[in-house]
Design a protein around this ligand. Structure first.
Ligand SMILES: [Zn+2]
Length: 251
């Protein structure tokens, strides 16, 4: 039978039958794919802790037999994320990102940029960077990659450049516009934190382990109040796992 090796991240699992699990993988080469792990619920099974959420590893996958679903034969861990779940704030973020990625990614569609971003997000948490920084980084880039990030340099209405003191966002659509347009009665919006413009610029210019980024002060809602609105707008719903996170972020 045809067996292939996939570098992947475990997004989520669910039980099936008495002893088995369906595992949703995010593969670097082939995007989201569901596989079945026979015997994964037996005590002392061969998968050990490799099927925990956000395990990064190499999976050996066999083409499907009767069920049509491919079989997960083996999972070799490159990097485990298990320890991250002992931190309540970090785990609330990770459960949300698991659901978010599972909702956004499409079966079989390669998303290598998002794959690398997910690895960087995990690395940020493993480096114990602030959850507010890691989430701003992950969410801004994810929005950019899926084409859902509005222009943050130019006013949506008058097309003049935005600056760090002078912009607002539309509380339904999420696009940005200037104070001048609000004064002229075009639209009323929500005021951004003044620091936000700089934060976005720095995030898009630096890798997550860069010192400039590491020292960047990001408040709880500086960026994510806006990015969450954009995700809700894009997905047309609020994700279940976001409720927990909302309580932590105190919007
Ligand atoms: Zn304007």
């Amino acid at each position: 039978m045809n067996e292939t090796k996939h570098e992947c991240i475990v997004l989520r699992t669910r039980n099936t039958g008495e002893m088995n699990k369906i595992v949703i993988l995010f593969s670097r080469e082939s995007g989201k794919e569901s596989v079945i792990a026979y015997g994964a619920r037996k005590m002392q099974n061969r998968f050990g802790s490799s099927l925990e959420i956000f395990t990064h590893g190499n999976a050996l996958i066999k083409e499907g037999r009767k069920t049509g679903m491919p079989t997960l034969d083996q999972m070799d861990i490159i990097s485990s994320s298990y320890d991250l779940f002992s931190d309540y704030t970090v785990s609330a973020h990770l459960y949300y990102y698991s659901e978010l990625l599972n909702t956004i990614l499409q079966d079989g569609l390669t998303e290598e940029n998002i794959f690398r971003l997910t690895i960087e997000m995990l690395r940020g948490f493993k480096l114990s960077l602030s959850a507010d920084l890691v989430s701003a980084y992950f969410e801004l880039w994810l929005l950019k990659f899926i084409g859902a990030l509005p222009d943050y340099k130019i006013c949506h209405h008058c097309k003049r450049p935005l600056s760090n003191q002078q912009f607002l966002y539309a509380s339904v659509e999420g696009y940005l516009f200037c104070k001048e347009c609000e004064r002229n009665g075009v639209e009323k919006g929500k005021q951004f934190n003044g620091n936000m413009y700089n934060i976005i610029g720095i995030i898009f210019e630096n890798k997550i382990d860069n010192a400039i980024l590491r020292n960047l002060k990001v408040g709880k809602t500086d960026v994510t109040e806006w990015t969450n609105l954009l995700f809700e707008q894009t997905l047309e719903k609020e994700l279940k796992s976001f409720r927990n996170l909302r309580a932590i972020r105190e919007y």
